[in-house]
Design a protein around this ligand. Structure first.
Ligand code: B1M
Length: 235
């Protein structure tokens, strides 16, 4: 999908053409073009969440298909990921500045052996925008790393992300470690990542599986509401 027209002026494209061009630019790992396209859509009045889902996440979905099929390889996908991050960096403050009241807090990180962080970052951004304090501990976290972050920040939630079928079982290690140390009931555990599902989340002992960032926000809000109601009823 190489861009044959280096001088293409993105501002001359209509919205549909621009989004299509952004999918191609993401595929080609053109971070500057993704930054320009993101800014143009925002200037045209697009909501940040719409830019995120329709231009960036959809573009990365297409990259994922060709990665799976052996058409794209790690170096190309890394460039695409960096382009996606460049667009996300513009959207992040806009998604966070909703002025929503503080609802709670979360420590979130990708599990040991796994360096995928785009989805986790997106979940963090959306939770921040919804009014949660987000402590992002990055990628490749072992149980000790999660536990020391929990100890430091004392959040309401622990969020774990895994994108590989080989790394997702590590979530059970973390949850079992919480149990062994008598800490399991101190935190609500949310898990997510493309290869997970409800049954897996249940089997590792998580409180909820979040299919995507929007579901993570809904789930965290609903759980906080429920806790408040229980506390109100007990008072
Ligand atoms: Co990786 N990779 N990758 N990769 N990579 C996948 C995951 C894969 C499905 C590609 C494929 O084959 N189709 C495949 C996994 C196969 C499997 O296990 N079943 C794969 C593989 C095999 C690998 C390597 C092993 C390749 C290799 O080296 N041969 C290697 C592993 C490295 C490692 O981690 N140890 C590898 C490397 C990489 C890159 C470094 C090149 C790059 C990562 C860059 C980065 O993240 N900084 C990369 C990428 C980009 C992908 C794909 C193409 C895209 C992932 C992504 O960012 N999606 C991916 C293909 C795919 O998923 N279709 C693939 C966009 C993002 C918005 O979605 O991450 O699903 P997602 O997050 C969503 C939800 O899942 C959910 O909400 C998010 C937002 O809506 N969610 C949560 C995620 N985390 C959550 C946490 C929560 C809640 C919800 O907590 C509360």
């Amino acid at each position: 999908m190489a861009d044959v027209d280096d001088d293409l002026d993105l501002t001359t494209l209509d919205d549909d053409e621009l989004v299509q061009q952004m999918h191609e630019d993401l595929y080609d790992g053109l971070a500057d073009e993704i930054v320009d396209g993101t800014n143009i859509l925002l200037e045209r009045g697009w909501a940040p969440y719409k830019v995120l889902t329709e231009a960036l996440v959809e573009g990365m979905r297409i990259v994922g298909i060709d990665f799976r099929d052996g058409i794209l390889f790690v170096p190309e996908v890394l460039l695409a990921a960096n382009s996606m991050k460049a667009g996300m960096a513009i959207l992040r403050p806009l998604l966070a500045e909703t002025g929503a009241p503080k609802l709670g807090s979360i420590v979130i990180g990708t599990v040991k052996g796994d360096i995928h962080d785009i989805g986790k970052n997106l979940v963090g951004m959306m939770l921040e925008g919804a009014g949660f304090d987000v402590f992002d501990i990055g990628i490749n976290n072992d149980a000790d790393s999660y536990l020391s972050a929990l100890d430091e920040h004392r959040p309401d939630f622990l969020g774990m992300s895994a994108l590989l079928t080989t790394t997702m079982p590590y979530m059970k290690v973390v949850i079992d470690t919480l149990k062994e140390r008598g800490l399991r009931n101190d935190y609500m555990v949310l898990v997510g990542g493309a290869p997970l599902n409800e049954a897996f989340a249940k089997s590792v002992g998580a409180d909820a599986y979040c299919r995507d960032a929007a579901v993570a926000v809904e789930t965290a809000k609903a759980m906080v509401d429920e806790l408040r109601q229980q506390a109100g009823a007990a008072a």
